[in-house]
Each structure stands twice: as structure tokens, then as C-alpha cells.
Ligand binder design. Structure first.
Ligand SMILES: NC(=O)c1ccc[n+]([C@@H]2O[C@H](COP(=O)([O-])OP(=O)(O)OC[C@H]3O[C@@H](n4cnc5c(N)ncnc54)[C@H](OP(=O)(O)O)[C@@H]3O)[C@@H](O)[C@H]2O)c1
Length: 305
């Protein structure tokens, strides 16, 4: 999996002293509570506070994770202020991932490759360190959803060429994927991504399904309110794995079609859950796990199909 968490510095383990907790059912923070959050605009839709809140409670951490709505014109000042306010770090979501990349004092190799940052860690001197954990999250989710699948075992086909695909494609190449084909509505965007990535990446007008060990939907098609992805899976080999980055609904029409064909299908929620792990560990000093209880808690309002 290479660079788990992008080599982020990790907070020391919590000791009993100064530990917040639950008193009479109420979460109580100490004066030493660790603080993190998610910066986005808007941010109300983000599931990250619920996700991190689950882990904070499970591990009895003296800490808080907040939704932080910040307009693009205030982003840089807001991040610098968080570092001065003693925040341990933050997640960054739409539309700030490129701005975060430009702002960091140091960047992990993974962030450089992805060209964006979704996880910030602040050091004691106010230094801002950035990494991108989306690719890590995707690979970990693939292992959960299709145990034993090896990205090096055959070609991958990715539909889309946006920010999420950039991270996923880089992670697959780093994991040894021997050939990666990008298919996008706007071919020029796929060609630019292929150039940036380098390696065994090509762009095609139609997905070469017959050779694919892995098919990934990285477009927004299939998401609730969007048209379904129009694709015939019959040419995929029987061992192929189909993954969707969309997680609303959990079972997209693409994943339903894959399962109907007897193929292994991996939904997008696992990526969302796993990408959060490195940040939580860096800020709060505890390595959290993704399990069925967390999945159910975060998916409480996501339509199953
Ligand atoms: N599971 C997770 O943790 C996770 C994380 C991030 C994103 N995602 C999901 O991944 C998807 C892409 O997100 P992103 O951040 O990469 O977005 P993005 O940068 O805006 O890219 C959107 C992609 O979808 C394509 N697309 C949009 N509408 C289309 C249509 N009507 N027909 C064909 N292609 C269309 C775009 O093609 P053009 O280039 O032609 O516009 C582009 O390739 C979304 O569904 C998002 O929810 C999931």
C-alpha cells in the first residue's frame, strides 16, 4: 500500500490525565482537547464529522472534529488561523483541494502525484503539512470489498478523469497496475491526466472491457439525481472486479449489474471511510478501524439503492 498516510507526523498516545470523555451522556472536553475538522464550501453535506465523531467516541478521545464552512476567498487565512488556534489539522474537501496543495509548507509524494491535498497536519511551530489519502482509501476499500484482488494482476479501466480519478489512478499505478485506460466524456481532460501520471496509461473512446481485471466508475453518473452510467458489462471477464466511487446510493445501477453478472462489486463508501484513517491517527494518536458498525453508522441516511 506504500505510503500509508503519506508519512504524516502522529500525535503521541493519549494518557489518562487531562482526558475528556462522557459525563452523564455528555461529551466533555478538557483544556488540552485535540481539535480537527473539515474545511469545505459548502460543508453541510459532509459525512466526515459523523465518521470522525464515531471514532472519537469509540476510543474515548479527548478531542473534537468540526464542520468548518469556509468560502474560497477566506481559505488561506482560515487554515493559518486554525494552525494558530492549536488545531491538530483538518480535512479539506470541495472546492479547496487544489488551494490546500498550493498552501502547504511540505507535501507528501502522494499529494504531489495527485496534485491535491485532502488531509492537513499542523506542527507545533504552525507548519502545514499536506497529503492525499483518497488513493490509499480506494486501495484499502478494494481489499475489503474484493479480498485478495491484486491491482498488479491485470489492466484497469477507469471511467472519468476528475479529481477523484487522479488519486485513484496514481494509487493503482503505484500498486503495480500494468495498464490503465482512461475513458472520459471530455477526452482532453483524460489526455492531460495521462500525461501527468506517466507510465502505462492510455486514453480510449470506449472502455476495453474484455481485457479488464478492474473497472472503476469515477464519474458522477449513477449518483442519486444523476442519470445512470450507460454501459454493457457483458464483455468483462468473469474474474473482473467492478468498483464505483459513487456512494449515494450504496448500490448503484452499475454495481447491481455487476452483481447480477456474478462479478465482485465494491461500493464507494469504503473509500470514504478508509481515506479518513490516516488523518484521525495523525491528529488524535489512535489508529482507527473500519468495520461494519462504522459503516452502518455513517450510512444511516444513504439510500441502499
Ligand atoms: N468514495 C469517495 O470517497 C469519493 C471521493 C471523491 C469523489 N467521489 C465520487 O467520485 C465522483 C467524481 O468526483 P470528482 O471529485 O472527481 O468530481 P470531478 O472532478 O467534478 O469529476 C467528475 C467526472 O465525472 C464526469 N462526468 C460528470 N457528469 C458526466 C456526465 N453527464 N456524463 C459523463 N461524464 C460525466 C466528468 O467528465 P468531464 O471531465 O467530461 O466533465 C469527470 O470525469 C463523484 O461521484 C464523487 O461523489 C467519491
Amino acid at each position: 500500500m506504500g505510503e500509508r498516510g503519506g508519512g504524516l507526523p502522529r500525535a503521541p498516545p493519549l494518557t489518562g490525565a487531562g482526558r475528556g470523555g462522557h459525563v452523564g451522556g455528555m461529551q466533555v472536553l478538557s483544556g488540552k482537547a485535540r481539535k480537527a475538522g473539515v474545511l469545505g464550501w459548502p460543508v453541510a453535506h459532509s459525512r466526515s464529522p459523523r465518521l470522525h465523531g464515531f471514532w472519537l467516541q469509540r476510543h474515548g478521545v479527548d478531542g473534537a472534529y468540526l464542520p468548518l464552512p469556509v468560502a474560497p476567498e477566506h481559505f488561506v487565512a482560515a487554515v493559518r488561523a486554525l494552525a494558530r488556534l492549536g488545531f491538530a489539522g483538518a480535512n479539506v474537501t470541495i472546492p479547496h483541494k487544489e488551494a490546500a496543495f498550493a498552501l502547504c509548507d511540505t507535501l507528501s509524494p502522494v499529494a504531489r502525484r495527485a496534485g491535491s491535498v485532502n488531509t492537513l497536519v499542523f506542527d507545533a511551530e504552525g507548519g502545514i503539512h499536506g497529503t492525499s489519502t483518497d488513493g490509499f482509501g480506494f486501495l484499502e476499500s478494494l481489499q475489503d470489498g474484493a479480498p485478495g484482488f491484486d491491482p498488479a494482476s491485470g489492466p484497469a479501466v477507469i471511467l472519468g478523469a476528475g479529481g477523484a480519478v487522479r488519486a485513484v489512478a496514481a494509487a493503482l499505478l503505484d500498486a503495480g497496475c500494468p495498464k490503465l485506460t482512461l475513458v472520459n466524456r471530455t477526452p482532453a481532460r483524460a489526455e492531460a491526466l495521462a500525461r501527468d501520471l506517466g507510465g502505462p496509461v492510455c486514453v480510449a473512446a470506449t472502455p476495453p472491457l474484455a481485457e479488464a481485471a478492474l473497472l472503476v466508475n469515477g464519474t458522477s453518473l449513477g449518483m442519486a439525481g444523476q442519470p445512470p452510467l450507460d454501459i454493457d458489462l457483458s464483455a468483462l471477464p468473469p474474474h473482473a472486479v467492478v468498483a464505483d466511487l459513487v456512494y449515494v446510493p450504496l448500490e448503484t445501477p452499475l454495481l447491481a449489474a455487476a452483481r447480477a453478472r456474478g462479478l465482485r462489486a465494491v461500493d464507494g463508501l469504503g473509500m470514504l471511510l478508509h481515506q479518513a484513517r490516516p488523518g484521525f491517527e495523525a491528529w488524535f494518536g489512535v489508529a482507527p478501524a473500519v468495520d461494519a458498525e462504522l459503516r452502518a453508522f455513517v450510512a444511516h441516511d444513504i439510500p441502499p439503492r
